[in-house]
Design a protein around this ligand. Structure first.
Ligand code: NBY
Length: 791
């Protein structure tokens, strides 16, 4: 390996060892690893082809993969070899591994889920492609300027992305705009703009390197890169105008994880990557099989939310306009290929596009959507409309064009049936199914938590990594003193490591024996970071009032980005930073209470924070968090959860046991009832002197003396439009936190509860989730059968 690295350094990067930077060493090592992936990857592709396996196509606007190097190393089983080789070359292995920039091609849970699914598909040996966009700029970088969020562009591609293979030969022309002509009933779309989608392939090799799939990300290029005539005239700007326009499409990831802002560019992005993916898989099918009617036997297309919902009309368009199928047959055939995952009930997040915009950008698709709508109404009179109030409703479109629709946790699926798709569910009672989310144990335990991983492997051997339910055997150790001590030791070493990193990056010293209480996720009102902060201020007040009490020392850790246009979320960030500044400077609570908010939360930061957490904050308003996946990562790594009965929290609590979970707050149905009570938030505030005091302090500028009015908007919102019931759940949350304080004082007992969490989380492996999709939705090759058949 050492020689391979030197060779790559020299012949691929053109550097000699003396002149190589950390980045050069990292690239050289990565290229060596990539070489090792290629054989299994190409071999897997060949086997899928020879066996005519059904392939899964996961269409997602987002793949939040983070760094890849450690994944690649450990999936190939090269941990020791890579470290030895790098050290033999006199280089710092950890520095090299940490040099890789995060591929931040996603906003949050939805994008990270896609990345975990890719890992599980490869580990299970299910032939699959991930299809998405190769954004030039991933999610913005966050910094704090005087406590307020500032955004700057992310530039991961400013250095070469070593893992990918550019496929200049994989090109599809994607049209926009124009008009539709008709010849003897056959429609032809004449777009007036074209861009070319070019594929970039990243191999995704599963655990132990047995199977490899492809993540194919599309980049937009101009059809004619360059207008020579303008150039020769000296008009250089005009010469490259078409290039600039095309590139815009794959330039940036939309940073909004909730509201649909109805931008034309966003619709173009969605169509761009969806159309390229559909054309790509159709070409593959026609080459391999040739019978267009056999498509559903070979193709399972999963739509990750409605963002690729145009796949339905696009598939129908190709079947009708290019392959000559009748409309009704095309719709049925397309539906047999398509399935749709819903990730939200928030009405503002359900995509709707004005018909006028659609007509301008995708005129043929709008016609087809009208036909889909007509067919649906003919068969099911009174069915909810896809076209409504002058909008194209992408949720209804996705539902009608899918043979299965799934929610992402038991509670969420139940609410999908009862709320957003109630009427469609009545008409199609078997279409909605549940597939509770999962997380890959390779990254979220084996990779990020070596201390705990080694302890588990000592006990169980290493087969748990691809069969996570084996962790259940650890339950027998809950009263084993020496095992519990070792478990505590692993957590403590992670906390020490995190403390060192926080002291370097935030300049705040932490006590590793304090309770590390962590809330990391996108900043959103429904996730209620604000409630966590109000509780923190209340605790601070009480510590100051009663300094002699035996307080449990706490470190409150926040991480997360606010969408740049989400004003309230940005105010919450500002308030957290303002409170942190005052509390951290207070000698009265020194050593007892600290607040830290490291900027630019991303996958890599999650990998640092999660293994070091004692308490996991999963405190969304019940009924609002579709599932959550961070909640699973924490529990797997031995944190206890404080949480509401929301999303997958419900199932986590069922698995780990209610005695090992800090439950509080209103239930989803109580939330709905409470909202109907006139003046509910004022009533809640009046009933809670503790909360009143905190709100008063913030209102008076206790934490922002330089700008005492700064947080008036937030406080006013809590009094008058507390849509997410922060005020109603506050007391119950505060009391539950104090209960957690008491339990934490008995560290042995806490550790055995934490162990019960780790030991009970096997079911939340994304391997289980993917097996569920394969069985209930894709009818794809049973896991590993593809491997066995061709072995
Ligand atoms: O998907 C999240 C859910 O909030 C979370 O509960 C769930 O666990 C996770 C995986 O199922 N949703 C999410 O992350 N959504 C987005 O990031 C997102 C991004 C873009 C848009 C909407 C939602 N958009 O409309 O542009």
């Amino acid at each position: 390996m050492k020689n391979d690295i030197l060779k790559r350094l020299r012949y691929s990067l053109g550097k000699d060892a003396g002149a190589a930077s950390v980045q050069d060493w990292r690239m050289a090592l990565s290229l060596v690893l990539r070489d090792q992936l290629v054989d299994v990857w190409l071999d897997s592709a060949r086997r899928a082809e020879v066996n005519a396996s059904k392939r899964v196509y996961y269409l997602s606007m987002e793949f939040l993969i983070g760094r890849l190097i450690e994944d690649m190393i450990s999936n190939l089983g090269l941990d020791a070899a890579a470290r030895d080789a790098v050290e033999a070359l006199g280089q710092d292995y950890d520095m090299i591994v940490h040099d890789e920039p995060d591929a931040a091609l996603g906003n949050g849970g939805l994008g990270r889920l896609a990345a975990c699914f890719m890992d599980s598909l490869a580990t299970l040996g299910i032939p699959a492609f991930g299809y998405g966009i190769r954004y030039e700029h991933g999610l913005f970088e966050q910094s704090f300027v005087d406590g307020a969020q500032a955004e700057s562009p992310e530039t991961w591609l400013s250095q070469r992305h070593v893992w990918e293979f550019e496929r200049p030969e994989v090109q599809h022309r994607i049209g926009f705009g124009g008009h539709v002509s008709r010849d003897g009933g056959r429609a032809t779309w004449h777009p007036d703009n074209m861009v070319v989608a070019t594929g970039y392939d990243t191999p995704v090799v599963g655990w132990q390197g047995e199977w490899g799939n492809t993540l194919r990300l599309w980049s937009a290029k101009p059809v004619n890169p360059f207008d020579l005539e303008s150039f020769n005239r000296g008009d250089y700007l005009a010469a490259s105008r078409s290039e600039a326009l095309a590139r815009t499409i794959s330039r940036v990831l939309y940073p909004d994880d909730t509201t649909e802002n109805g931008k034309e560019l966003r619709l173009k992005q969605e169509y761009f990557f969806t159309a390229a993916s559909i054309m790509d898989l159709m070409c593959r099918h026609m080459e391999e099989d040739g019978d267009i009617r056999a498509l559903p036997e070979h193709v399972a297309i999963q739509l990750n939310d409605t963002h690729p919902a145009i796949a339905g009309p696009e598939l129908v368009r190709l079947l009708v306009d290019d392959h000559g199928l009748a409309m009704a047959e095309a719709i049925t055939l397309a539906r047999r290929c398509l399935a749709y995952t819903n990730h939200t009930l928030l009405p503002e997040a359900l995509e709707r596009w004005p018909e006028g915009l659609f007509a301008r950008v995708l005129p043929r698709h709008l016609e087809i959507i009208r036909e889909i709508e007509a067919a649906q109404q003919a068969e099911f009179p009174g069915s909810p409309h896809i076209l409504e109030h002058g909008d194209v409703c992408m949720g209804e479109l996705a539902f009608v064009m899918a043979h299965k629709v799934n929610g992402v946790s038991a509670l969420h699926t139940d609410l999908v049936k009862k709320t957003v798709f109630a009427e469609l569910h009545r008409i199609h009672p078997t279409r909605i199914v549940n597939q509770t989310n999962g997380i890959t144990p390779r990254r979220w335990l084996h990779g990020c938590n070596p201390a705990l991983r080694d302890l588990i492997t000592q006990q169980l051997g290493d087969t748990w990594v691809s069969d996570l339910e084996q962790l259940a055997a650890l339950k027998a150790k809950r009263s084993d003193t020496s095992f519990i001590q070792a478990f505590q030791q692993a957590k403590r070493s992670n906390k020490v490591a995190l403390s060192n990193w926080i002291s370097e990056t935030c300049g705040v010293a932490l006590d590793p024996d304090a309770m590390f209480d962590v809330q990391i996720k996108r900043i959103h009102e429904y996730k209620r970071q604000l409630m966590n902060l109000l509780e923190t201020v209340a605790l601070w007040n009480e510590m100051r009032d009663d300094p002699d009490r035996d307080w449990t020392p706490r470190v409150k850790i926040f991480g997360g980005k606010a969408a740049p246009g989400y004003v309230l979320a940005k105010q919450i960030i500002h308030l957290i930073n303002d409170v942190a500044r005052v509390v951290n400077a207070d000698p009265a609570t020194k050593g007892r209470l600290r607040i830290v908010f490291p900027p630019n939360y991303n996958v890599t930061m999650a990998e640092r924070l999660i293994p070091a957490a004692d308490l996991s904050e999963q405190i969304s308003t019940a009924g609002k968090e579709a599932s959550g996946t961070g909640n699973m990562k924490f529990a797997l790594n031995g944190a206890l959860t404080i949480g509401t009965l929301d999303g997958a929290n419900v199932e986590i609590r069922d698995h780990v046991g209610s005695e090992n979970f800090f439950l509080f707050g209103l239930t989803a149905s109580e939330v709905v009832d409470r909202r109907h009570q006139h003046g509910f938030s004022r009533a809640a505030i009046e009933a809670s002197p503790r909360l009143q005091r905190v709100l008063g302090q913030i209102f008076e500028g206790r934490f922002s003396p330089e700008d005492p009015h700064r947080h008036h908007g937030l406080i006013g919102m809590l009094y008058d439009h507390d849509h997410f019931l922060v005020t109603c759940d506050f007391d119950s949350y505060y009391d539950t936190q104090r209960r957690a304080d008491v339990v934490f004082q008995n560290s042995r007992n806490w550790a055995s509860m934490a162990l019960m969490n780790t030991a009970s989380m096997g079911w939340f492996s994304s391997d289980r989730t993917i097996q569920g999709y394969a069985r209930d939705i894709w009818q794809a090759d049973a896991p590993r059968s593809a491997l066995e058949r061709s072995a």
